[in-house]
Design a protein around this ligand. Structure first.
Ligand code: RP5
Length: 153
């Protein structure tokens, strides 16, 4: 039987997939099971609601939400789950991703999301694994090894 996903990745559009793939590749490298979903907060609000509100019960421990432009996906997901949400602002053609970044980092008081750099999908995977590592020794150990290897490079 496949491992139960621990990280839930949601993105606002199929067009975000190129960037999000870096996140999935890094989680694969760390051996972290994940699930991935395309759901837009404004085009598919029902799908987002269903996915986010059931995430914790499915066994997800950390959510990664990637979106571009007026990127409210992470905030909407954070409103629907008790899980920590890491957002990835996607670079955009008009404003270079500053639009996505500001939409994410400026969450009002009470509904926080973490936010990595524009197109920082790899860092989202590392941060998610670090969060898992606070309660799961195998991922903590994986992070210790990762940092040691980085320092030796
Ligand atoms: C957001 O709008 C998506 O997250 C994407 O980054 C951006 C553009 O989406 P598409 O028009 O390419 O579907 O909802």
């Amino acid at each position: 039987m496949a491992d139960t996903p621990l990280v839930g990745i949601v993105m606002g559009s199929k067009s975000d997939m190129d960037v999000v793939q870096e996140c999935a590749d890094q989680l694969d490298e760390f051996g972290v099971p994940y699930e991935m979903m395309v759901a837009s907060a404004h085009r598919n609000p029902g799908r987002v609601h269903e996915w986010a509100s059931g995430a914790a019960e499915r066994g997800i421990r950390v959510v990664i939400a990637a979106a571009g432009k007026s990127a409210h996906l992470g905030g909407v997901v954070a409103a629907l789950t008790p899980l920590p949400v890491i957002t990835v602002p996607i670079r955009t053609s008009d404003l270079g991703g500053l639009d996505s970044l500001l939409s994410m980092v400026q969450m009002p008081k009470g509904v926080p999301v973490a936010c990595v750099a524009i197109n920082g999908a790899k860092n989202a995977a590392i941060l998610a694994t670090q969060i898992l590592g606070t309660a799961m020794p195998e991922y903590r150990e994986r992070m210790v090894t990762f940092k040691r290897e980085m320092a030796e490079d």
